[in-house]
Write a protein that binds this ligand. Structure first.
Ligand SMILES: [Cu+2]
Length: 150
């Protein structure tokens, strides 16, 4: 008789645990969704920042932007310039980027112009990953800059 009561208690306990466990999972999913919404760049707040490239380099060379913002690199010099992620010459510092992806379908997803920009030509890149992303002119690697994505 005593052991039968114990079994019923056990069944009851498992039932209660199952209910509370589901409720907990539901709350967890909701929190995850809210976190994802905060990380997703919203079209209303995402902004575009322009960096001009002149014979003396990137202006402004160092900027701070939010994840989801876009940077336009426009060449205002008569000679060609090639903005790209550090580290020269592989360009692999920004996640997923690599000069080896230039000329492939992935070329549009990397922080690398993948070519020399002619005068008044623009290269645009939208930064999703937070971090300190150094970059340079692949044709004149001494021309450098930094994009802080927060
Ligand atoms: Cu380079």
């Amino acid at each position: 008789m005593k052991s039968k009561n114990f079994i019923w208690l056990l069944v009851f306990a498992v039932f209660i645990y199952g209910c509370s466990h589901n409720a907990g999972a539901g709350t967890g999913t909701q929190e995850m969704t809210e976190a994802e919404e905060q990380q997703q760049p919203s079209p209303e707040t995402a902004k575009t920042v322009t960096i001009e490239i002149t014979s003396s380099g990137f202006q402004p060379a160092s900027i701070t932007i939010n994840a989801g913002d876009t940077v336009n690199f426009i060449n205002k010099d008569s000679r060609g310039h090639w903005p790209a992620s550090d580290v020269h010459p592989t360009h692999t510092r920004y996640p997923g980027s690599s000069i080896g992806k230039c000329g492939t379908d992935e070329a549009t997803d990397i922080f690398d112009a993948c070519k020399s920009l002619a005068m008044d030509e623009t290269y645009s890149f939208t930064f999703i990953e937070t971090g300190s992303w150094g970059y340079h002119d692949h044709l004149i690697p001494s021309l450098r800059g930094m994009i802080e994505v927060v």
